[in-house]
Design a protein around this ligand. Structure first.
Ligand SMILES: Cc1ncc(COP(=O)(O)O)c(C=O)c1O
Length: 483
């Protein structure tokens, strides 16, 4: 026996093992936090820089207590109409009763979550449902938790199936495909790309320009994949005509290139069809969904690929595990949430509702544009994915406002969408979304349960606010900053 090794008998009586519980908040304490304490915790532990922007817009004063259908309710009982919809994540509205009931039942029955060791009845059924919702042979499904993860899977399956050793990927100007390291390389934002080392095998083309895409593909045989949002969300609700999409399909077919359609934001009925590409009578080789797929209660993303594409990439036992589901892919409660969500989407005719209510929204906004042509530059979109673009006042703000505006943030200078969004919330109890790449665009992506009345409430509020004129709108915003 080694001399310096203590035997069991030499050791002092062991104290019972006990780890000290850190200073942990309880769930009930979290629910009871006030806006001041939340702000401190956010700055201390989440993102102090982001808090600065929330404060600028007055969003830091709101604490949401409950949410139902089209409305949030804040700490003062104020109901806030949701025309932001989590950038398209709330197709069913907040806390849809059927989705809640499916989740409760799943919990009460002590169902299992992790879908890795055994076959999962929930993951397999969700995959079947997604294949049923998808046209053509878009039949093979990879389940994950976010849009970025779904897009990573989409790009990877296409890259392998393209059959090229040094496969290059075409992506579009103003694209947004997520912020994880792989798809960040295809997200056309200097800000988000930061100074990270990006994936090099990519070629950028203007969105909607078939000639540019054709030139790229014809001049470089290494190009094997084209990745495009069907409607650019982060770019400010930008779509392309049918001829473009038919051309994309033909070009890809001719040159054996695979087309990946990112439908994370524009899919799931948002534009009045389940997939936005269905407006154009074409089917991509691979697509991706997320956001509303989780029915507003779970984090679910999915890549859906044509079966032959999937089989080329991962079809044999040797290749099957190259990109199989991650730990939480197809997790039980998230999968049944997504399944119930898909059933509700069709049972309640939400896709048709999106088309009809969206048409009413666009028509009312166009009337408002006619009334205020010096303020509104463009109204565009389809279904309940609508962009409202204001004129760029950054260089033309009235002289009286320039000194005060100079004190404001770079991000907001001259951006009417910031001033208008902040006042829609403060004075009209309406939430709208801003746009990453074009600060003059407000994005309207309300839940697909939105009614004609909700649209009228929103449009009446916007009309009333715009009737006050630019000087009053900007002054109103500046006053709120002082208060
Ligand atoms: C078109 C598109 N693709 C991908 C993503 C990334 O999704 P997530 O934020 O869930 O990772 C987004 C998110 O906004 C998106 O709009």
């Amino acid at each position: 026996m080694l001399a310096n090794v203590a035997t069991k008998q030499d050791m002092p009586e062991a104290e019972p093992m006990q780890s000290t519980k850190p200073d942990l908040m309880t769930v009930e304490e979290a629910k009871a936090l006030d806006t001041k304490s939340m702000a401190e915790l956010f700055k201390d532990h989440i993102n102090p820089g982001q808090f600065h922007f929330m404060k600028l817009l007055g969003f830091h004063k709101v604490k949401i207590e409950t949410a139902e259908g089209m409305y949030y309710t804040d700490q003062n009982g104020r109901k806030i109409l949701d025309f932001f919809g989590g950038f398209g994540s709330l197709a069913h509205g907040h806390n849809h009763p059927r989705v809640i009931a499916a989740r409760k039942q799943f919990q009460d029955e002590n169902r299992h979550e992790i879908a890795i060791a055994f076959l999962s009845q929930y993951a397999t059924a969700l995959a079947k449902n997604l294949a049923a919702c998808s046209p053509g042979d878009l039949d093979m499904v990879f389940l994950g938790s976010t849009g970025s993860e779904a897009m990573e899977a989409a790009v990877k399956v296409a890259e392998r199936a393209s059959g090229r050793k040094n496969c290059k990927i075409v992506y579009a100007e103003n694209s947004f495909h997520g912020k994880t390291k792989g798809v960040l390389s295809l997200t056309d934002s200097e800000l988000y790309q930061g100074d990270f080392q990006l994936v090099g095998n990519r070629v950028k083309v203007p969105f909607g320009d078939l000639q540019a895409l054709s030139n790229a593909i014809k001049s470089d045989p290494d190009i094997g994949v084209v990745v495009l949002e069907t409607v650019q969300g982060g770019g400010g609700i930008i779509s392309a005509p049918e001829a473009y999409w038919r051309g994309v399909r033909d070009l890809c077919d001719e040159h054996n290139v695979l087309w990946v359609a990112d439908e994370v934001q524009c899919g799931y009925g948002r534009t009045g069809k389940f997939y936005a590409f269905e407006h154009y009578g074409v089917v991509p080789d691979v697509t991706a969904l997320a956001k509303s797929l989780g029915a507003g209660k779970a984090a679910v993303g999915a890549m859906i690929a044509k079966r032959d594409v999937y089989m080329k990439a991962y079809g044999s036992p040797k290749t099957a595990m190259i990109h199989a589901q991650a730990t939480f892919g197809g997790i039980g409660e998230a999968s049944v949430t997504a399944m119930e969500g898909l059933n509700v989407l069709y049972d309640e005719d939400l896709i048709e509702n999106s088309a009809q209510v969206g048409a009413h929204l666009i028509s009312r906004l166009k009337q408002i544009q006619e009334k205020y042509p010096k303020i509104i530059k463009d109204v565009r979109g389809q279904g309940l994915m609508v962009g409202l673009e204001f004129q760029d006042f950054s260089k033309t703000m009235p002289m009286v406002l320039r000194p005060v505006l100079a004190m404001l943030d770079e991000k907001l200078k001259g951006s009417l969408s910031g001033f208008i969004g902040a006042q829609l919330l403060r004075d009209y109890d309406i939430l709208v979304a801003f746009t990453e790449y074009n600060r003059n665009v407000i994005r309207l992506e309300p839940p697909l349960v939105c009614t004609m009345d909700n649209v009228d409430t929103f449009c009446d509020a916007l009309d009333d606010l715009l009737s006050k004129g630019i000087v009053s709108i900007v002054n109103g915003f500046i006053k709120s900053q002082a208060g």
